[in-house]
Design a protein around this ligand. Structure first.
Ligand code: ZN
Ligand code: ZN
Length: 634
């Protein structure tokens, strides 16, 4: 039942009918209905309503219906519903118009309550009722109601109606039932409406069925920017940023003007790739676009892109240049500082936004807690974590606990981290176990590490990310039998270790290396350079390869070799041979940096005098003259 059902109709306003533009004498029902037909203002509707009451024609069916329509279109849904309730014998048309008024304003539950009312009165839905109600079938339970309405449509032979079919397809597409949507779509061939095409495309793209989406997309004779955005969104959301960006460039060439959404999607693709050149190009595109304004939303995407591409200065410049900063913009900047290890700055930003009267969100706290974690600021972290709930009324989510576990674990307070995990109301997630295990390995607390490992293995909670750590922990204490067990579990579950992959941007060209890569045309030079560098590090700078990180039960010499070919090492060697001396080298890796590569990159920056900017899965490392901005704490 709608909450508005009990609304009281206003007593007629003391307005003269003359002000409504007619004669003083008699207002006929026909005339009242005609005047109401084009009425879109609530004030005007109530004036006419008053006049109709005085003239005694307000109970006329046509007047009643038009009044209700006028209230509904002008946004006075409470009065529209009150009229419906008062009507002695409301028709399906009357109901449908009220349902439509609610569903088109996103008041889905109220719309469905009215529909259920209508059906319980014994009124049958029309094509209009169905196409007005189906958009209200959203969220949890929406699919079940939608299917029931589909049943009605078939039973009443209305499913062939193009509006009904379109609404049904939209309903299935929104709820992710691609098969049902596709079946309806195929029935619409050869000439589906553009609304259906877009719905189908969006459904595929959201679900990650990108090939299906793409073949639909490519087959479209005419594509509007909504179709382009849906396709670009699919690529961006499902880890194919290169294709997203390529499509964005094609969109430009095809003469379709990108809107704000397209630009934000393209920026997010660049942020994933970490390619500054493309990012700068997009930034200048925004400056020159007649259609895209540099507002808070686009600004946030630019800040996000710049700091993820390694250029914190550019992110700060965008932030400073924005006139209208909401909390989302601040959150992006705080995260940027945190990811680059400028923890104090991130914390200062928190104070600044409070001073400006902005209220932090749960994302703000993820930013500051990450900042604390990246610099080992345990006391500050504990304070922020406490204040979240006590001062700001934000209940910590699993991500916040995750940050705290990470912070405590890295700082060596593993028991406290473990206690925190056990005190949580929710179940710990895989990320949390991974950071606990990593902390155990880092601080060589193998007793707790093994305890957790045994618990995870015994309870079937281990996953691919953990298998590596589990075998690392077992390997570090020389328990090769357990290492073997974990490795065979890994094989049995069909999970492969995610291959390490590093990308290096030289000019506008991005080159990718996977671990042990030999596919590059200059592979001999790259490997020769790497060997030369490594030899120098070991012989002249006392570098000791950190072999404990390798999984296999290998002899020492082979272990060293396995380390030597990590993808970031190949990328840095390639950078050294293909850029002029002194040029900065920028690398983006899909996994966390291992301790050995971290040590090697530090030394390389010292020997070669190069600045190396390295983004791993979690944060940035700026290597300069033998030191890293993370202070070896990551
Ligand atoms: Zn490595
Ligand atoms: Zn570092």
């Amino acid at each position: 039942m709608s909450a508005a059902a009990g609304a009281v109709l206003p007593s007629p306003a003391p307005t003269k009918y003359s002000s409504a533009g007619g004669q003083h004498a008699t207002l006929t029902a026909d005339r009242a209905a005609a005047l109401l037909a084009g009425c879109a203002s609530a004030r005007r509707a109530s004036e006419l309503h008053a006049a109709a009451v005085r003239a005694g024609v307000d109970r006329d069916k046509a007047v009643d219906f038009r009044l209700q329509r006028a209230y509904a279109t002008s946004g006075r849904l409470d009065l529209a519903v009150a009229l419906l309730r008062r009507s002695p014998d409301p028709t399906a048309v009357f109901y449908t118009s009220t349902i439509h008024a609610h569903s088109s304003r996103g008041l889905h539950l109220a719309a469905l309550a009215l529909l259920s009312d209508m059906l319980s009165q014994g009124l049958l839905p029309t094509t209009h009722t169905l196409s007005a109600s189906l958009p209200a079938c959203n969220g949890r339970g929406g699919l079940a109601v939608g299917r029931a309405l589909h049943g009605y449509a078939v039973k009443l032979a209305l499913s062939g109606d193009s509006y009904v079919a379109t609404a049904l397809l939209g309903m299935y597409a929104r709820s992710g039932d691609a098969a049902a949507a596709r079946a309806l779509f195929d029935e619409m061939q050869p000439d589906p409406h553009v609304v259906s095409v877009t719905a189908m495309l969006t459904c595929y793209a959201k679900m990650g069925a990108l090939d299906d989406a793409r073949s639909l997309f490519d087959g479209l004779p005419k594509k509007d920017f909504i179709c382009w955005n849906a396709m670009i969104d699919g690529y961006t959301q499902h880890g194919r940023p290169n294709e997203a960006l390529r499509l964005f460039r094609r969109m430009l060439r095809s003469g379709v003007e990108p809107d704000e959404v397209s630009v934000v999607l393209a920026l997010s693709a660049v942020a994933q790739l970490g390619t500054t050149e493309s990012g700068k190009w997009l930034h200048s595109f925004v400056k020159n676009s007649p259609r895209v304004l540099l507002n808070a939303r686009v600004g946030t995407a630019l800040i996000d892109m710049y700091y993820k591409c390694g250029s914190l200065e550019d992110a700060v410049a965008v932030f400073d240049g924005l006139s209208d900063k909401d909390i989302v913009v601040w959150n992006a900047m705080i995260n940027g500082y945190a990811m680059h290890g400028h923890s104090r700055k991130a914390i200062e930003m928190f104070k600044q936004l409070r001073a400006q009267g902005l209220w932090p969100t749960d994302i703000t706290f993820i930013g500051v807690l990450n900042a604390c974690s990246h610099s080992g600021l345990v006391d500050e972290g504990r304070k922020f974590f406490k204040s979240m709930e006590l001062e700001y009324g934000i209940e910590p989510k699993i991500e916040h606990y995750g940050c705290m576990v990470d912070l405590l674990g890295r700082a060596g307070l593993i028991e406290e981290a473990f206690d925190l995990v056990q005190s949580m109301k929710m179940k710990p997630d895989a990320v949390m176990w991974v950071s606990l295990l990593a902390a155990c390995r880092l601080h060589k607390n193998m007793a707790l590490g093994q305890r957790i490992a045994d618990y995870l293995v015994a309870n079937g909670l281990a996953n691919s990310g953990m298998y590596i750590l589990l075998s690392n922990i077992y390997a570090a204490v020389g328990k090769w039998q357990e290492v073997g067990r974990v490795r065979s579990m890994m094989k049995a579950s069909g999970i492969q270790k995610e291959p390490g992959c590093s990308a290096i941007e030289i000019g506008r060209q991005v080159t990718e290396f996977v671990a042990g890569d030999t596919s590059h045309p200059r592979t001999d030079e790259i490997h020769a350079k790497l060997e030369e560098v490594m030899k120098g590090l070991v012989e002249e700078h006392g570098h000791v390869p950190q072999t404990e990180l390798v999984l296999h039960d290998l002899d020492e010499a082979t272990k060293e070799k396995a380390l030597a070919v990590h993808s970031e090492k190949l990328a840095v060697a390639f950078g050294l041979i293909s850029t002029p001396p002194g040029a900065e080298i920028k690398i983006v890796k899909n996994l966390r940096a291992c301790a050995d590569c971290h040590a090697v990159l530090k030394l390389v920056s010292k020997i070669t005098g190069r600045k190396i900017v390295f983004r791993d899965r979690n944060r940035f490392h700026h290597f300069v003259d033998g030191a890293c901005s993370c202070g070896d704490y990551w």
